[in-house]
Write a protein that binds this ligand. Structure first.
Ligand code: AMP
Ligand code: GLY
Length: 428
């Protein structure tokens, strides 16, 4: 098979490395890819959001499968366009991708089908949001832009002033564009967070190994929200008992709800969960693999990835055993100094070999490129995901941090405490 992977981050690098293990794969292409991915797959400079350009590329390369990984082309309907042109695909159609594309849609879906989530209200006018928040008078309160916002469309306001500023930025200044035309105001939930990525063909759900993201930029969960500064898998808070409860109360009801709405979801559905004192609740759905969750989940996958993709496409996932390796995985993200705000790019990264790798770890590249002199340089906020698998989480973390210590560039920033909370949970 010849496969084109759409996207160019650490997640796509992890997808490509897992696809490369399959005996069914003859050639791997990626668009736009990045410096590290280009060592393993042929990269083409077509933007992930350029649907016409991507279709032309798929035709030119005569690929057998198009794997659409990022949220924006999925929400914009790239899968539908590829399918209409006769390509086999991985990823949900536009009608199903709305589960991530609109928070108003997903909250209404959960309410209609009794899927546990935070209490909420939807607004289109700034004045109405503010009078509601004033009336409720419970802080912190959570304000979310309806549409996609690079994972930054959520504000947790500690008081009325912060809420007012957030509403003004989202709805009036439109810092997330049309994504902010509607907002959801949500009850603030507490408890450990778990990411559960699930394979689904629209009928059967097969959860992957659970994981834990670290969204804040700085140690001890301080600083700004980011795309994710590191991950570990499995997530020790996610016990077998909780997993069984989530299957009954969240995963299956969601898949059935989407089917009932005529929006059958096929691909990877990501459940962002919070294990609250009142049971597991949905914080968010994503219509795709998570980043950097994929970097710790896919290395633990034992079953041929292409077999799973084919079973999903042919709606026979129920017949396939999806198996996982024992052990743990840890991914430490190395970011550009200043991220998630402004940062310098084009800085030469030292400590990587010709394949963009270091000893003992696998380095998934997120924001890199090869410059004219042939050097690997940073080209994004999140730059590398240094990842290790081992029998235990402490070992995986030790190896990953040894890898991190061998790599550097000017102003590099990474968290020193990835996995610490998971380790505490394992000890107790
Ligand atoms: P999201 O982009 O929806 O994943 O939200 C970003 C982060 O905000 C989540 O990972 C949570 O830590 C936090 N968050 C979102 N919604 C809530 C909520 N209702 N209560 C508490 N925290 C939340
Ligand atoms: N790591 C969170 C996400 O992929 O949305």
């Amino acid at each position: 098979m010849k496969i084109l992977v759409v996207g160019g981050g650490g997640r796509e690098h992890a997808i490509i490395m897992k696809l490369a293990e399959s005996s069914k794969v003859d050639a791997l292409y990626c668009a736009p890819g990045n410096g590290g991915i280009s060592k393993y797959a042929e990269c083409y400079p077509v933007k992930a959001t350029d649907i016409d350009g991507m279709l032309a590329l798929a035709k030119e390369l005569a690929v057998d499968l198009v794997f659409v990984a990022p949220d924006d082309p999925l929400v914009a309907g790239m899968v539908d366009v590829m399918q209409a042109a006769g390509f086999r695909t991985f990823g949900p159609e536009k009608a199903a991708a709305i589960i991530e594309g609109s928070k108003v849609f997903s909250k209404n879906l959960m309410q209609k089908y009794n899927i546990p989530t935070a209490k909420y209200a939807v607004f289109e006018e700034p004045a109405k949001v503010l009078s509601y928040i004033e009336q409720e008078n419970t802080y912190p309160t959570v304000i979310k832009a309806d549409g996609l916002a690079l994972g930054k469309g959520v504000v947790i306001a500690q008081n009325y002033e912060e809420a007012k500023a957030a509403v003004s930025e989202i709805m009036e200044d439109k810092i997330f564009g049309e994504s902010g035309s509607q907002v959801v105001v949500e009850e603030f939930l507490t408890g450990p967070e778990v990411s559960v990525l699930c394979f689904t063909d629209g009928k059967t759900v097969k959860p992957m190994v659970s994981s834990m993201d670290h969204k804040r930029a700085l140690d001890n969960d301080e600083g700004l929200n980011t795309g994710g500064m590191g991950t570990v898998a499995p997530n020790p808070y996610y016990t077998d008992v909780i997993a069984a409860e989530c299957m009954e109360t969240i995963f299956l009801p969601t898949i059935r709800a989407m089917e009932a709405e005529g929006r059958t979801f096929k691909g990877c559905l990501y459940f962002g969960l919070m294990l609250t004192p009142n049971g597991p609740k949905v914080i968010e759905y994503n219509c795709r693999f998570g980043d950097p969750e994929t970097q710790v989940v896919l290395p633990l996958l034992d079953t041929d990835f292409v077999d799973i993709i084919e079973a999903i496409e042919e709606e026979r996932l129920g017949e396939l055993d999806v198996c996982w390796k024992k052990g743990s995985a840890a991914c430490v993200v190395m970011a550009s100094g200043g991220y998630p705000k402004k940062y310098e790019s084009g800085l030469v990264i030292s400590g990587l070999d010709d394949m963009g790798q270091t000893e003992n770890c696998f380095v998934y590249h997120a924001g890199t490129k090869v410059n004219e002199a042939g050097e690997m340089v940073n080209a994004g906020g999140r730059v590398l995901g240094v990842t290790a698998t081992a029998e235990t989480l402490p070992e995986a973390l030790k190896i990953a941090y040894e890898g991190v210590a061998s790599i550097s560039w000017k102003d590099v920033h990474y968290r020193k405490d990835i996995g610490q909370r998971a380790l505490k949970a394992l000890e107790s």
